[in-house]
Design a protein around this ligand. Sequence first.
Ligand SMILES: [Zn+2]
Length: 466
Amino acid sequence: MKRNAQKWVLTLVILLISTTLLSAKTPKYIFYCIGDGMSFAHVMATQLYYEHGNNPNGKESLAILDFPVRSAIRTYANNSLITCSAAAGTALATGHRTNIDFVGIDPEGKPLTSIAKQLRDKGYAIGIVTSGQIDDATPAAFYASQMRKDAYLIGRDGADSQFDYLAGSALKQPYGKDQKQPSLYDYYRQKGYTICRGIDGFDAQADKVLLLDADTTLRSWLPYVIERDPEAMGLEFMVKTGIDKLSREKGKKGFFMMIEGASIDHASHPCDIATAVKEGAEFDRCVKLTYEFYRQHPDETLIIVTADHETGGLTLGETSMKPFHWEYVNYQKMSKESLSNLFQRLRKTGEIDTWEKARKILAENTGLWDKIPVNAGEEAKLMQCYYETIVKKNSEQEITLYSRNEPLVAEAIALLARKIGVGWTTFSHTGSFVPLYAIGCQAQQFGTLNDNTEIPNTIRKIMKIK
Ligand SMILES: [Zn+2]
């Protein structure tokens, strides 16, 4: 009996020690995935699109549905109940609440330190990846301390960060206002970066990399998935290349990679569901790449997936209470923004001088009439819009944050949204909760969070950063 009791005590001690060691373990690899503008409704819309709209094998599901840790976080800014990407990015990167359009600075203008910089100083390789501009608010919050409008200065902070891998569509403002200032391209080179362009231009041997789109004239985000050349660089290439590069870095303790799906937000501002859902699917494919990495290194990897705010007030279901038609998403051939640009060009050249011509272009690019039934009342409304805005030129463009939309195109895309079965409430952000999912080493620490500022503070806690 005595020997048995001793055995039990020994087992208990071993168990206690191993539990303590396990709970104190720090991840070697951290992925911080941010869907810009991605609410619970965006997540569900993408899942429904997989299940009912784009279902070649019936098995596609979002990676995050496998993640055991889930929470909902608040996003508000210091001076507004509805945040922006700068204030929310700052909260997610530094753990401090700040004002609208402040990037990596507190409400008094004092610079804040991001979790990425702290991990860099602790010996981790750092990657910042986005489908938007590398110097836009969300990625910038991880390396810059500037006002959002000062894109040239943000770009300089990027080069000064000495992060190992920076990948985005473009630099927003590569030239300073003062002619004597070096271009950002020169500045990055001076700071030891190799500037790579597109898939063919990627240099796997380069030390520090700034990866941009192959189109050197591009100043905005990557072309939307819905209209992108399938051979061109997308977010998946940037993530895959980044994982390969960061895992090969010599003399580092591990790596930290921020991945932003920027265009979920960009497509949601003009309430363009088909474009948004395809951006959501691309973001999910990137999360799947991190999940594959996790499966190879399950004890050493932490993946956090969240959003900075909600965009568009997206709702699944609208007033007619008809069933969803996610397959209609596949019939839209270009974004609302590009279709608007096409109509604006054709309007100027006089090529849409009859309703039939306008209807044909709408049908080819949205699937309305050809594949999606349009009743007489719906067509009459579109036709009236055509006469008012294109024939009589009583035209007020629909203005959203990133685009000026042709009213007829706006009407057609709104009709398509109703037919798919979704509703939108705004061209801006909303104050809704956003999701947080996590898996891997120390993931359970993120299951009880309420607030976006708590994410970097929790990373600090598990990485033992003061
Ligand atoms: Zn936005």
